[in-house]
Design a binder for this molecule. Structure first.
Ligand SMILES: *Cc1c(COP(=O)(O)O)cnc(C)c1O
Length: 463
């Protein structure tokens, strides 16, 4: 394919339409280590590699689009979280961010625990050998069959999410002749996202039991009365992509307030507090996430201080990072197809995937970065929108980004920080086949989730 430039598109010197972008970066070939996985580098030949393997080789061997996950980086982040919280706390990786059997093994080997929120996630975890007592089972509508399966398997905790579930889990546990360790998930009236938290109306959601109006206290009262349950703690999860710790401060204050009320009413000091996940990562160079050790220090200090003030023994803390572990470890590798410059607007760059492999932009207006990875370019920056191949105009992967103006069909581009909530939310829209997940480590690449095939699609279609 020729690399001749397409007809001149809009340039940054021209009128720039509205969007979420700042000035074009000084060097389009630069890969910001904040947003790219740890072992990603650009070689002397201009080709980007990860884990010692270049992207052209990956595209040739595994095809595009493909999610490429840096195992070294994943293990490093898992270990950093584990190490930061030490042995007095537990780190549960939130499986919904991305779960596969290889990932379960990595987590197990690195000493992490695992959150699941469906029978399918539980089955994946168990089939890869995660000890059941290191699994926590979440969800606002677990089916009786899922609850039974989890209790039979011996999961370490079930996080109770409603009054009905308190009774349901207690009955099933009794029926199975056991006592299930449980936490109660409460809503504390705080919702946190990125740089702010909203301290109102957070009760207006499907998860958890509100602290407000004494509902959580009533849930605790009921749970303590049921002999199928062993209530070990209170759980709170306040948001996602959080950079500012003040939301956790308010949440911890309120949860500790409940622990104090429980002590005063029942003479019981619950031994655990779970502060959930939601810690942010860098999707673009503008994001500045905190390191796990800073987060661990801040959370431990907050809980310790609140407990001292309430004259409670400090409970064992647990946290549930999903995105913060897996998000930065992967990128999506695409091949550029058609390129459509729209005068005075921007250039639409179509790739061979789209909203079926990354729904976050369409769903949450998420921001991403993108880079040309199969070569370098000295061409000037062009304002681009990376779109997919689906029959839907909202099919956008990267809303606003600068790519070199000589971008051409056949080039490989990559979108970093797609490890979380991309493969796990992938769909078959337009009967597009879901991409594989390729793990690279030390010069070796292997498929950990294979690409879907037309046979896979047709196997389910039994009409
Ligand atoms: C989604 C979720 C998490 C993980 O959230 P991240 O933003 O991926 O860290 C943790 N705990 C609970 C209960 C969740 O629902």
């Amino acid at each position: 394919m020729s690399r001749s430039a397409h007809p001149a598109g809009p340039r940054h010197a021209d009128v720039l339409p509205e969007g979420h972008y700042s000035a074009p970066p000084a060097d389009l070939n630069f890969l910001d280590p904040k947003v790219w996985a740890q072992t990603v580098t650009r070689g002397a030949d201009g080709v980007v590699s990860v884990g010692g393997i270049d992207v052209k080789q990956l595209a040739e061997e595994f095809g595009t689009p493909a999610y490429v996950i840096d195992e070294t980086d994943f293990r490093g982040r898992a270990r950093a979280w584990r190490g930061a919280f030490g042995t007095d706390a537990d780190v549960f990786y939130a499986g919904k961010a991305f779960l596969s059997r290889a990932v379960v093994r990595w987590l197990h080997e690195e000493g992490l625990n695992l959150d699941v929120c469906s029978g399918g996630e539980l089955a994946t975890a168990l089939s890869a050998g995660m000890p059941a007592d290191r699994i926590a089972f979440h969800g606002n509508n677990k089916s009786p069959a899922e609850i039974r399966r989890a209790i039979e398997a011996g999961v370490g905790r079930i996080v109770l999410d409603s009054f009905q579930e308190i009774v349901r889990v207690a009955h099933i546990a009794r029926d199975l002749g056991t006592r299930q360790r449980v936490q109660i998930r409460v809503t504390v009236g705080v919702e946190a996202h990125t740089h702010e938290f909203i301290a109102t109306a957070h009760e207006d959601q499907k998860f958890g039991i509100p602290l407000a109006g004494g509902q959580a206290a009533e849930a605790v009262r009921r749970a303590l009365q049921l002999d199928g349950l062993e209530l070990i703690g209170i759980h709170s999860h306040i948001g996602s992509q959080i950079f500012d710790m003040s939301g956790f401060e308010v949440a911890a204050h309120r949860v500790v307030g409940l622990l104090k009320d429980i002590r005063d009413e029942h003479g019981v000091e619950l031994p655990e507090i779970d502060l959930g996940g939601g810690l942010g990562i860098a999707y673009t160079s503008d994001d500045d996430p905190r390191e796990p050790h800073e987060i661990a220090k801040a959370l431990t200090e907050i809980v310790t201080r609140e407990c001292e003030a309430a004259r409670l023994r400090t409970p064992r803390i647990s946290v549930e990072p999903g995105r913060a572990i897996v998000g930065p470890t992967a990128f999506t590798l695409y091949e550029v197809g058609t390129i459509k410059p729209l005068d005075g607007l921007r250039t639409y760059v179509s790739v061979d995937g789209g909203m079926s492999d990354n729904i976050r932009t369409a769903l949450y207006d998420a921001e991403y970065s993108v880079a040309l990875v199969s070569r370098t370019s000295d061409a000037e920056p062009m304002l681009a929108r990376v779109v997919g191949k689906h029959c839907e105009s909202g099919d956008i992967v990267v809303r606003d980004a600068f790519l070199p103006a000589d971008l051409a069909p056949g080039d490989l581009i990559a979108v970093p920080a797609t490890g979380a909530y991309c493969r796990s939310m992938a769909s078959n829209y337009n009967h597009v086949l879901r991409p594989p997940v390729v793990a690279v480590n030390d010069g070796e690449a292997r498929v950990i989730v294979r690409r879907e095939t037309e046979e896979d699609l047709l196997r389910l279609d039994v009409g």
